[in-house]
Design a protein around this ligand. Sequence first.
Ligand code: SF4
Ligand code: SF4
Length: 425
Amino acid sequence: MTPNLSTPSESQYLNCIRCGLCLSVCPSYREYLSETASPRGRVALTRKGLEGELELSPNLIEQMYGCFACMACNEACPVGIRPADLALEMRQVQEQIRPAGWKQTLFGGLIPKPGRMELATLPLRLYEMTGLRRLVHAFSLLKLMPAQIRDMEAMLPRLPQRPLRQVLPVVTPAKSENRCRVGFFLGCAQSLMFAQESAATVRVMARNGCTVVTPKETVCCGMPAAGYGRQDLVREQAQHNIALFERSNVEIIVTDCATCGSTLKEYGKLLAEDPAWTERAASFSKKVRDVSEFLASIPLEKPQGRIEGRVTYHDPCHLRRGQGVWKQPRALLKMIDGLEFVELPEADWCCGSAGSQLITHYETSLKVLSRKMDNIEGTQAEYIASGCPGCQMHLNVGIRQRGLDVKVVHPIELLDRAYNGKKDS
Ligand code: SF4
Ligand code: SF4
């Protein structure tokens, strides 16, 4: 092995007693029924790879990329092994041995540059704005495309005319008695694709007595780079975001993206060994809250409007396991008069999105989604609420594949509509 390679420590894998408890909760194992696609198998491959018994070959690393990073195995392990974390760290090992140039371009040159991302996604907005998308659907033109392209198109929500970053004011004043000054971390996917959700988040916080500060220069939280083994880029992005919010002078930092939230909460750990950043990163992470977590901690106005219908809720892995937040979004939904909440069986099972699995592991990703969709159909809900853009996009694929009349929403959107007395449009 290359000297000076940064690798997981032995304590992260040596204690595995091979009990197999993690197998029963693993979506990739459930689909492949193969030891190498299981958490226990990934731990064994890590050990053999790092001890030199197996070559750290592309095949071995591919098993690490087959992991959905759902973290269910971390929770299940009785001796504290964290196979999900190990899979991510092994991707970092691969990047040290065989760095991929395209990752530098994508995760270093494009994703952390909001202006470039806005330009790169302009064709998608034009596709929506010019009415082309409506025509493509009206004439069933997608049927001419390969299934994977059809599914990727189905992932897209209704896109905003302009990225929310360009529309939101830096300071949104409180609309009732001012209680606190809140920083809002506007994630990339929220700004570019789910703008109406984040606009709703800001409105709901302002309505409940928060002055909301949205710095325009935030960059990607770092999760995409982390998922592809580029922890060095995550550190750069973390330092940028920490310094930015320090200048905003806010008490709390709120995000409505489960993935961003779980990453921002880890900045303290990520920069713990860097003396210049240890305290600043820890202080930043302590302030981070998911929007449902934050709203549960302040006195909240009861919405006067009603929404008639049945709603169920899918737990994003990065919210439930990554942040331990699962009661709060349910509580928000239950505040709304007229809305019947029905619990989703296996609500905390991964939906199969994991960011880019629909592109990189298409068939497995759809198999995992299929079980989620069976459960959703069983609830007969008209709304499926979830606070993660990746999950929402993936659920949209399942809904369009099955031709269901179910709307995928963020819980905050329904709350905002209830405040405004609006019915579904
Ligand atoms: S994180 Fe999820 S998909 Fe990955 S090994 Fe663990 S249980 Fe399996
Ligand atoms: S990782 Fe944990 S749960 Fe899985 S086999 Fe090893 S000891 Fe058991």
